[in-house]
Design a protein. Structure first.
Length: 301
């Protein structure tokens, strides 16, 4: 999986920079793979399915996303996805800070379009399908954005910003803007907050041993209740999630050809190199050394 290093959309990652506060990503996955592990970030995100089908999760909602459809994720929303069906999937993702659209001075655009987006009072539809003319227009903008980001022709940054403005204008004009400022029930919000607490703890402590009891105590729940809760929210067991997160961190560290694989294993929380290689192979369909060779071969090309 040569593109596996691009898979880590963890909330600690910087998407772009101060002058260009957006990041673009292309992914391809085999059947049944975890496309995105459960995570969240402060930036908003458009996810566009290029091939196949994914089962997408946003907070407590699950829905299939097929080729030619898109998903919009507000900043702070927990999300995950799995390749669905026998084909596998490929998709494009645009992650952007909504401050990208902020006006230098408080004007009508800021008041009527940007601020309502940031406050989730007038945001994009969650699942954008090919059902109405309004949705088809949004999808066309996303495809154009994707092509602009792919070629990075001079001035493409302006195209990204311009299309996002046009999309905001269209959802306002067609009545497609959605108010999600109070969309979650108290029960759902509690579940989401609990899951965020656990995920944050895992991501801050993955390099050390993590016991089931300490995760359960964070919420708090019994270990049995916690395992059922975590799997119902993420479709992974706590240990599967921890191992998946550790492997993604290891994949990032394998960029450096000077680092020993045994040292990387220890750094991401595996104290047994054989177990690390076995878990890595299961997640990536190749060993860490094979992954590193593929990565550097693709860079040389």
């Amino acid at each position: 999986m040569d593109q596996a290093l691009r898979r880590s959309l963890k909330e600690s990652k910087s998407h772009g920079n101060e002058r260009q506060p957006f990041g673009t990503y292309w992914y391809r996955y085999g059947p049944g793979e975890h496309v995105i592990d459960c995570h969240w970030h402060d930036e908003a995100e458009f996810f566009y399915c290029l091939e196949g089908e994914t089962l997408f999760q946003v907070d407590t909602d699950y829905f299939p996303v097929r080729a030619g459809e898109a998903v919009f994720i507000d900043g702070g929303d927990i999300h995950a996805a799995h390749a669905h069906g026998e084909q596998g999937c490929a998709f494009f993702s645009l992650v952007f800070d909504t401050q990208l659209l902020a006006s230098a001075h408080y004007d009508a655009v800021q008041e009527n379009l940007v601020l309502p987006l940031q406050e989730r009072k007038a945001t994009f539809p969650r699942h954008i399908r090919r059902e109405t003319a309004a949705d088809l227009s949004l999808l066309e903008h996303i495809v154009t954005l994707m092509r602009s980001c792919s070629t990075e022709a001079p001035g493409y940054e302006g195209a990204v910003k311009g299309h996002l403005y046009l999309m905001l204008s269209e959802i306002a004009a067609t009545g497609r803007a959605v108010n999600r400022s109070y969309s979650s029930t108290r029960s759902e919000s509690s579940k989401i907050d609990r899951l965020k607490t656990v995920i944050q703890h895992i991501q801050q402590n993955y390099s050390h041993p993590i016991r089931l009891a300490e995760l359960a105590a964070l919420i708090p729940m019994s270990e049995g209740q916690f395992c059922r809760f975590f799997k119902s929210m993420t479709r992974q067991t706590p240990m599967d999630y921890i191992n998946s997160y550790r492997i993604r961190q290891a994949a990032e560290l394998l960029r450096d050809p000077e680092r020993k694989i045994s040292d990387i294993a220890l750094e991401v929380g595996f104290d047994n190199i054989s177990y690390f290689i076995r878990v890595f192979r299961k997640a990536m369909n190749c060993s860490p050394s094979e992954f590193r060779k593929r990565l550097h071969a693709s860079v040389e090309v």
